[in-house]
Design a protein around this ligand. Structure first.
Ligand code: ATP
Length: 246
């Protein structure tokens, strides 16, 4: 069964030429165009099968985060469509989904409720989330006092415990410490073994080889290739070397 079907996704952004008030006024006076249309995703299509661990790789600005935001429904595409078959846990930006003024404990309960867990299930997973995050000491501290690493711990722990069918993880592990990252990668493999679907964006290609079985290379908003993770990483790295040599 297909977990994710993406068909002909296109997303444009408007980029201001000059973001200052002076620039804005001058452009009006001169009657010049104030924006440049920029295509972040260009006719992107792919399918992720249920139980697959799928990597999205690409250079800075290739459109990976934009794609994740469309997959999780945070932004809508200008064209194309996305079908997600199952409950989705998006972990796409550090601290996103966490209420700053609430404590870690309150955020866990709030997020679990938002993701549809009933009271009994929340009480079951709560100690697991706290234990996995290793934030016992700070669980009653408001999240606004958390470091970025602590937010990543809490966000990751919630996302992997809310009984989602599809988990989207965007580069959030870049900030964690080494041991915690190791634990997260092990958890991702466990998720994969349990038949859930995982989509991961990361600039760290080595761990992707261990977690994912397929990959998509995005280049300037377009799908450059899709295939076996090892083949795609080799291809991506050799293209990168070629361009650096050119
Ligand atoms: N809200 C926005 N408004 C205007 N341009 C945007 C917006 N969001 C993203 N972009 C542009 O779209 C392009 C793709 O950005 P995106 O963040 O998706 O890339 P990425 O592959 O995730 O990059 P990175 O690896 O650096 O995180 C970039 O050129 C970015 O500047």
């Amino acid at each position: 069964m297909d977990a994710i079907v993406v068909e002909n996704l296109t997303k444009h952004f408007r980029k201001a030429y000059d973001k200052t008030l002076k620039g804005f006024i001058l452009s009006i006076v001169k009657g010049e165009k104030r924006y440049q249309e920029f295509t972040a995703l260009n006719d992107v299509s792919f399918t992720v099968k249920q139980g697959e661990s799928y990597a999205i790789i690409g250079k800075n600005g290739a459109g990976k985060s934009t794609l994740f935001k469309v997959l999780s429904g945070i932004i809508s595409p200008d064209a194309g469509r996305v079908r997600m078959n199952g409950k989705v846990a998006p972990l796409i930006e550090l601290g996103a989904g966490l209420a700053r003024d609430l404590t870690g404990a309150e955020n866990i309960r709030l997020n679990c409720a938002i993701f549809g867990l009933d009271k009994k299930r929340i009480e079951e997973v709560y100690p697991q989330i706290v234990a996995f995050s290793e934030l016992e000491e700070f669980i009653d501290t408001p999240v606004k006092f958390y470091s970025s690493g602590m937010k990543a711990r809490l966000g990751f722990s919630i996302a992997v415990h809310i009984d989602a069918d599809i988990i989207l993880i965007d580069e959030v592990l870049a900030v964690g410490d080494k041991d915690f990252k190791k634990k997260c990668y092990a958890k991702m493999r466990e998720i994969q073994d349990s038949g859930k679907t995982l989509v991961v964006v990361s600039h760290s290609l080595k761990p992707l080889k261990k977690i994912c079985n397929r990959a998509l290379i995005l280049e300037r908003g377009r799908v450059m290739d899709v295939g076996d993770i090892h083949e795609m990483i080799d291809k991506y790295q050799s293209e990168k070397k070629k361009k650096q040599g050119a």
